[in-house]
Design a protein around this ligand. Sequence first.
Ligand SMILES: Cc1cc2nc3c(=O)[nH]c(=O)nc-3n(C[C@H](O)[C@H](O)[C@H](O)COP(=O)(O)OP(=O)(O)OC[C@H]3O[C@@H](n4cnc5c(N)ncnc54)[C@H](O)[C@@H]3O)c2cc1C
Length: 486
Amino acid sequence: MTSRNKIVAATDQLLKRLGPRKVSRDGERKYLASFDSSKLSYDYEALVRVRTEDDVGEVLRLANEYKIPVTARGAGTSLTGSASPVRGGWVMDLSAMKRIAIRKDKSMAVVQPGAVVSDIQGAAAKEGLFYPPDPSSLKYCTIGGNIACNAGGMRCAKYGVTRDFIVALEGFLPTGEKVSWGGEYRKFATGYNIRDLWIGSEGTLGVVTKAVLKLVPMPKATWTCVAAFKTEKRALSAVKALLGEGMAPSILEYLDEDSIYCAEEIAGIRLFKKVEGKPLLLIEFDGDPVELQAVKRKLKPWVDRWALAFKDARSQSAADNLWEVRRKCSGAMFALGNAKLNEDIVVPLESQLKFIDEIKRLRKKWKLPMPTFGHAADGNFHVNIMFHREDREEHRRAEGAVHDLMQTVVALGGTISGEHGIGLAKSPFLPIARNAAEIAAMKAIKKALDPKGILNPGKLFESYQVWDKTPVDIRLPWDKKPILKA
Ligand SMILES: Cc1cc2nc3c(=O)[nH]c(=O)nc-3n(C[C@H](O)[C@H](O)[C@H](O)COP(=O)(O)OP(=O)(O)OC[C@H]3O[C@@H](n4cnc5c(N)ncnc54)[C@H](O)[C@@H]3O)c2cc1C
């Protein structure tokens, strides 16, 4: 059988077993699943909208029999192409499997993979519980996608990433066999911890069909404040000092001078009357109101020593106003270029001052704007390389700048991704961050669990010329609109 005939026969079988409501060979829904938020679109054979665990097992077993590539998909918000079906085959959409059950007595949530993260947080909040991981895409992205990418967010400063909240996972090996790694209990010391291997594996080692999540008590109060600093280096030195004093903000976001330019000059947001164009730290603490009073007292000498200007929010709406600067600067960046490479590199605390010099060097060398903001407590910065897509020469410079950035952060002791993962967009850079033995170990695990290479093939290890591929021209629900001063 030719490979074309084989995939047609396999899809006929799939249609027979799951029915036409779950399997589509064409249509708009199928097209929309040919790419994720990277907008790198690839042709594939059929979209399978699974509804039950049995459906998932059925798809994978058939895929193994006929050797058909399968790409699992949640909401498709991945920024790296990890959910784009680069090798064709079938896309398995798990977004309809979205049940959420809160186990208040155990402080756990038992969820299906398609549950949207903000819905999980809402269900937990009704029981006075809290699921802290907060990717900015939380109103859209699914827990299955978050587990596969080990998603982070602003609150990682205090609470950690998705991995820190996974108690157990259940699902299918790429071969279609059912497995569970842990259960609704906190401890397990029963063989290899493959649960943690699945987390962050970008859907290449297994398909999650159920997750048990750890919940924590809902903090009773939050306190938000913002500080401006004379220089970027002073802002990041202040971060080190704050953490060094044992303070544990739930959020600690840094915005560099270019980001502030975008917020102030382009979006028209000014937080301080007398201080203009200066880098900021947006800080939030959460906890008991009495605890927060103590935090305020403890922060005062830090403010006096480091900050040029400072203000805090006395109400939720005042806090929302402070956050506007972070929310709006992202959209405002599109005044600097119609395309953005949003990198999510990590730099250890001790190298952050050198990192500022390196960003300046990169801007000068590649002659491109690179507003940089991000999660200062864990050194996970978003370097936004702005360029004009239609300008081939500028496009090539952006490509060179990313390569240079990746080498730079690794030389500083950091790594190339803190939360978005590798997917297609960063696979050319994996050998910069991982040595040959490390990559060989990863490939050996992949081979052992997925001998036929069924699950999400072509990701992580293979270098695609994604730069030469034109992204689809479509505005997704979560895309930031360019913002200009009113
Ligand atoms: C506006 C915007 C803001 C963002 N902000 C953040 C942020 O702050 N922090 C952050 O970490 N990320 C962020 N992201 C990236 C993205 O939202 C995350 O990577 C998210 O985890 C993807 O979830 P998803 O449901 O959309 O997964 P998809 O994009 O559908 O898939 C992502 C990966 O997960 C795999 N996968 C999906 N479901 C399963 C499953 N059930 N079993 C196994 N594998 C599966 C896919 O195969 C793919 O490899 C942002 C994206 C956007 C568009």
